[in-house]
Design a protein around this ligand. Structure first.
Ligand SMILES: Nc1ncnc2c1ncn2[C@@H]1O[C@H](COP(=O)(O)OP(=O)(O)OP(=O)(O)O)[C@@H](O)[C@H]1O
Ligand SMILES: [Mg+2]
Length: 260
């Protein structure tokens, strides 16, 4: 059986009186593609923000590769091997495409800032190394020809690919994608599905939030369903497709319909 890579236990986030995520438990094995789905406002992004250190959990724990990561800073979580992309793109618009990806490389390189000041030659070598790594990440998502363009001129779909290249740059074990297909045209979506599948073949694991059910059903090994902050179901695509609680969460129960 493959290794349990990510384990989330009782993860909870309250914003004042609103409990956005409530006692969520799930795990991801090495090499798996797991989807997190649920209606708008269900708490999916908040869950990702806690796993990646953007938000401290109110309670609960996150374990990764045998270590506890609960409450760690985003850079520490990236160093541990988890990176992400964002629902609302977070591209550095004033940098070139390759510079954007190079910002993702740094946690993999050894030279610290002090050491960098003392050993300029080492830095130059590392910068070259970072450049080479970033370029190969851009090649893998098919936008290496845009490396020297300012990131802000890239069309939306390419900015999404840029974020994936940046998230891959530190050779993480797990990448979290928050609605990667949003705003992509069908051809771009297919291209992204191929990229994800290829990376998985290379040993990468993925946790992703997505509303596009065709993609979710097509590439997930397992699906976790969140509704009003709580996990209401977990299973294979076939199991989730037929789960009555899931159907009710998406379509509304008869009672709710009457109330509307
Ligand atoms: N920083 C915050 N402060 C207060 N409330 C927040 C904050 N972030 C999220 N929320 C609330 O928490 C709940 C869950 O939001 P979240 O963004 O996690 O949902 P989501 O499942 O990602 O939704 P969507 O599918 O629309 O992206 C919502 O009620 C939202 O308004
Ligand atoms: Mg969201």
């Amino acid at each position: 059986m493959s290794k349990r890579l990510l384990e989330v236990k009782g993860l909870t986030k309250a914003f004042g009186g609103v409990v956005a995520v409530s006692e969520v438990d799930f795990h991801l094995n090495q090499g798996e593609i797991v989807a997190v789905i649920g209606p708008n406002g269900a708490g999916k992004t908040t869950l990702f923000n806690m796993i990646t250190g953007v938000l401290p959990p109110t309670s609960g724990q996150v374990f990764f590769d045998g270590k506890e990561l609960t409450g760690k800073q985003p850079y520490q979580i990236a160093e541990a091997g988890i990176t992400r992309t964002f629902q609302n793109l977070q591209v550095f618009e004033n940098m070139s495409v390759i510079e954007n990806v190079m910002t993702g490389v740094h946690c993999r390189l050894k030279t610290g800032f002090l050491q960098a000041g003392l050993r300029l030659m080492g830095v130059k070598k590392e910068e070259q190394q970072a450049f080479d790594i970033a370029m190969s990440c851009l090649e893998k998502v098919g936008i290496a020809d845009l490396a020297f363009e300012p990131a802000e001129v890239l069309p939306y779909g390419n900015q999404r690919l840029l974020e994936i290249a940046r998230a891959s740059a530190s050779s993480p074990q797990l990448i979290l994608l928050d609605e990667p297909m949003a705003g992509l045209n069908p051809q771009e979506s297919r291209q992204l599905v191929d990229i994800i599948k290829k990376k998985r073949e290379e040993g990468m694991s993925f946790l992703f939030v997505e509303h596009d059910m065709e993609t979710v059903m097509g590439i997930s090994d397992r699906i976790v369903v969140i509704d009003y902050g709580k996990k209401i179901a977990e299973g294979t695509p076939a199991e989730i497709y037929e789960n009555e609680k899931v159907i009710a969460a998406y379509l509304g129960t008869e009672d709710e319909e009457e109330a509307i």
